[in-house]
Ligand binder design. Structure first.
Ligand code: ZN
Length: 151
């Protein structure tokens, strides 16, 4: 496993308000400076945060094939998990379905706020919230949990 400095690949995230508020503003630079990323090449999975040491894992397939906005929002999402990990919260839980896990809802809410700020429409955001391992009923729950409605 090879870890790289996050800031070698992802620039300017310390200036994004959605990230600053997640990391309580003053510590943002420090958190991002110390953050590591690992790249993996499997086709499945996009990004996640290690529940062992809090580094971000990113699929190179996802990086090559996804829309820039999707990647941007995924990073915003994962940076919430980085904070949750630092706070000692349990990132993954078999107690909840993926879309009901409070750590996921919090991460998605932050990403959706940012999506709105950068001008994405509700339709685009609802589409963004579709992930292949989530069925339609769960997708609808997630959409509602972030305060949107499927027309
Ligand atoms: Zn997540």
């Amino acid at each position: 496993m090879k870890l790289y400095p996050f800031t070698d690949f992802f620039k300017g995230f310390e200036k994004v308000q959605a990230v600053r508020s997640t990391h309580l503003d003053r510590r943002t630079e420090e958190v991002l400076r110390n953050l590591k990323v690992e790249f993996f090449s499997f086709k499945f999975g996009y990004m996640t945060v290690s529940d062992v040491d809090g580094h971000i894992l990113i699929s190179t397939y996802h990086l090559r094939n996804s829309d820039f906005k999707v990647l941007y929002l995924d990073i915003i999402h994962e940076l919430v998990h980085v904070k949750q990990f630092m706070d000692g919260r349990q990132l993954f839980s078999s107690e909840y379905e993926y879309v009901d896990n409070p750590t996921e809802v919090e991460a998605y809410r932050n990403a959706v706020r940012e999506a709105k700020r950068i001008g994405m429409t509700d339709e685009e955001i609802i589409e963004y919230l579709k992930v292949e391992w989530v069925n339609e009923a769960s997708h609808t729950r997630l959409v509602e949990a972030v305060g949107l409605k499927i027309e």
